[in-house]
Write a protein that binds this ligand. Structure first.
Ligand code: C2E
Ligand code: MG
Ligand code: MG
Ligand code: MG
Length: 294
């Protein structure tokens, strides 16, 4: 009807639109252009061995610097990218960039050959036709052994998808790639389902780390998840470790790996490279001297 009455009516309609709906439309529009405008970048958060203090690898985290609005968090734009069908494009870009970066580190830093990159994968990417073939090609063209790439999938997306064909996960495993279940504890996994998935790593959500030093029920949950992981033969990573007290509690509970601001914020690539140039980065690092934030 607005159209029939001429262009002017359309402006009126926009004025009547809820400001939040308009902001959302604007965000969708800007996101579709973010790649070509080179507003996207990756940062790398260290994953630390809690026994030694050495560096195991990094989690790759996507960043968007909007020309007018500044940094927009992935918690805000990833769900939008999923809804508008852009996540496959963005996710593929993240995988390619991650593999290029890893190839460069492996070539330039002799001790860097064991570094593992964790890359977040959306459920929609797992449903993409030929994802496995594309990842296989990507690894081959960058000369990266499968075990140096660890794909993270959130617990909730595993659950949302009763249709998710576990055979995709087995095909990825056949490439040697590692698989993680991310934000564990925020969904409600059935134990029998978990047992059927070929998981290498479980990442406990930071919700359970926050307050673990004082809250007995959080400690009990963390202990249960750690035991579960070990029974499944999976490694355990704790997210969001911010204080020494949290860290020592988790060490005491038998958690092997951790990530968090206590060690380092996500790093821009040159800072991550500097960390890798540390001569003993796999044995121990003085984390208090790092933490260049993004
Ligand atoms: P995630 O995969 O669970 O990543 C961990 C998040 O915790 C990151 O937030 C990281 O910056 C934050 N974090 C790390 N240590 C601490 C800490 O000590 N304290 C606190 N408060 N936070 C900490 P970020 O970068 O904002 O990412 C949010 C989520 O967005 C990620 O959660 C992930 O689910 C998603 N995401 C990020 N990059 C990608 C991507 O390339 N693809 C997909 N599909 N999702 C992504
Ligand atoms: Mg993650
Ligand atoms: Mg997580
Ligand atoms: Mg998360």
């Amino acid at each position: 009807q607005a159209k029939a009455q001429g262009g002017g009516r359309f402006v009126c309609f926009e004025k009547l639109m809820h400001p939040r709906a308009l902001a959302r439309l604007q965000l969708e529009h800007d996101l579709t252009r973010a790649l070509e405008l080179e507003e996207l970048s990756l940062c790398y958060q260290p994953v630390v061995c809690l026994r030694t203090g050495g560096l195991k690898g990094f989690e790759v985290l996507l960043r968007w610097q909007h020309s007018k609005k500044g940094w927009i968090s992935p918690g805000e734009f990833i769900p939008v990218a999923e809804e508008i069908g852009l996540i496959s494009t963005l996710g593929w870009w993240v995988l390619e960039q991650s593999c290029s970066q890893l190839q460069q580190w492996r070539a330039e830093i002799p001790q860097g050959l064991n570094i593992v990159l964790n890359v977040n994968l959306s459920l929609l990417q797992l449903k993409q036709v030929n994802l496995v073939g594309q990842i296989e090609k990507l690894l081959r063209s960058h000369q990266i052994p499968g075990h140096c790439l660890n794909l993270e999938i959130t617990e909730t997306s595993f659950l949302e998808s009763s249709q998710l064909d576990a055979s995709i996960l087995h095909q990825l495993k056949a490439l040697g790639v590692q698989l993680s279940i991310d934000d564990f504890g925020t969904g409600y996994s059935s134990l029998s389902r978990l047992h059927q998935l070929p998981l290498d790593q479980i990442k406990i959500d930071r919700e359970f780390v926050d307050g673990i030093e004082t809250d007995g029920s959080k400690e009990a949950i963390a202990q249960t998840i750690i035991t579960l992981a070990h029974n499944l033969g999976a490694q355990l990573v704790c997210e969001g470790i911010e204080t020494p007290a949290q860290c020592s509690k988790l060490q005491q509970l038998g958690c092997e790996y951790g990530q968090g601001y206590l060690f380092s914020r996500p790093l821009i690539p040159p800072s991550a490279t500097a960390l890798l140039q540390h001569p003993h980065f796999q044995q121990a690092i003085n984390w208090s001297s790092y933490g260049c934030s993004v």
